[in-house]
Design a protein around this ligand. Structure first.
Ligand code: F6P
Length: 380
């Protein structure tokens, strides 16, 4: 089939580089004489039939270095399980995906590019099963999408976290304090572990290794005995103690199943426990959304551009219902079914569900080896 008209949607939490992907798809579309549109606020725009034409000379100009997404995003819209509040106040969850399919047909879009993480790609796969031509592009600062070595936005998030560690270092050293830094990462500890290595932290706690607080205390005391009166601890928001659970800040009512929870608070818990067990003054910093906002790093600009150009190339070749991926230094693609349908480990602990396949850090990963060689305490 010949592709003439395509649309992009950006869904889920934003990530630095989203606009760079939009730009790359739109430019490659123009090169091939294809019209390019953007749905406003992700799947919400698809449901509401709300889209705009992307014009490289006006609304889609100057995008490479710009944070966020010019077409907006939604991380609470699951059109396959959509929350509807009836007139009498009762709540129902409905499958409204057929409305979206009709909108796509009416507009004549030959392909929809779905820029998002695990949840977004699951819906993308489900739309593929309904006959829509979808091409996914893996986006999340958490870097946890299956079958791809690196998502765009991750590199920028690691840089921001590393700068935070650098800044915490000098104040920790001056005050003889333990500093805890809570970074993002729901089910995978990529940001925590890589920034801990880049920033020279002493402890890195990640979802993949439930931690023993006494091991952390041992590390702090060992440093103290060697004259180091301060310690830097980096923790993923999804880290949890061996004998406890992840710390949930809020449970949401948005039909997103397992992902209904907002995480946050583990850093505070760790800081309190450390202060109590060591007697050292301990402070917690939650890095939060600065990891996601702002301008992408040079690396992410290039990676995003590779993702976007490859996505449009695949559309031109008629290869649909796939996720563009980056494996062993090369751009390629993998079927959406393999990404969100072919799960290996099912269970809330790893974030995997029957339908998703989160990429966690494996214990033979280089980052684990490096951390162990350096004596970074992983809480085990
Ligand atoms: O998926 C990326 C992420 O940054 C997670 O690490 C974090 O838990 C989540 O987004 C928070 O996003 P929001 O508050 O926008 O739901």
């Amino acid at each position: 089939m010949s592709v003439k008209k395509v649309a992009i949607l950006t869904n889920g939490g934003d990530a630095p580089g989203l606009n760079a992907v939009i730009r790359a798809i739109t430019k490659t579309a123009r090169t091939n004489g294809v019209e390019c549109y953007g749905f406003i606020e992700g799947y919400k725009g698809l449901l509401e039939n709300n889209y705009v034409k992307l014009d490289l000379d006006s609304n889609a100009s100057g995008l490479l270095h710009r944070g966020g997404t010019i077409i907006g995003t939604s991380n609470s819209t699951n059109v396959f399980n959509f929350k509807v509040v009836n007139e009498d106040g009762s709540v129902e969850y409905k499958d409204l995906s057929d409305v979206c399919v009709q909108n796509i047909k009416n507009a004549g879009f030959d392909c929809i590019f779905t820029l998002g993480g695990d949840g977004t790609q699951k819906s993308s796969r489900d739309f593929s099963l309904k006959g829509v031509n979808c091409i996914g592009v893996p986006k999340t600062i958490d870097n946890d999408v299956a079958h791809t070595d690196m998502t765009f936005g991750y590199n920028t998030a690691v840089s921001v976290a590393t700068e935070a560690i650098d800044r915490l270092h000098t104040t920790a050293e001056s005050h003889h304090r333990v500093m805890v830094l809570e970074v993002m990462g729901r089910y995978a500890g990529w940001i925590a572990l890589e920034s801990a290595i880049a920033g020279g932290a002493d402890v890195a706690l990640i979802p993949e290794i439930p931690y023993d607080i006494h091991k952390v205390v041992e590390k702090i005391n060992d440093r103290k005995s060697r004259g180091k009166e301060f310690t830097i601890v980096v923790t993923s928001e999804g880290a949890k103690p061996r004998d406890g659970e992840i710390v949930v800040k809020k449970t949401l009512d948005d039909g997103k199943g397992l992902d209904n929870i907002r995480l946050g608070g583990i850093g505070e818990k760790i800081a309190n426990d450390i202060e109590e067990l060591t007697g050292m003054v301990t402070r917690n910093t939650v890095l939060g959304y600065v990891q996601r906002g702002g301008t992408p790093s040079a690396f992410d600009r290039v990676l995003s551009t590779k993702y976007g150009t490859k996505a449009m190339e695949l559309a031109m070749e008629g290869i649909f219902n796939v996720l563009v991926n980056y494996k062993d230094g090369k751009m390629g693609y993998v079927s959406l079914e393999d990404v969100v349908g072919n799960n290996k480990v099912v269970g809330a602990a790893s974030g995997n569900t029957k339908e998703s396949n989160i990429r966690t850090i494996k214990m033979d990963d280089d980052l684990i080896r490096v951390a162990k060689d350096l004596g970074i305490c992983l809480g085990d």
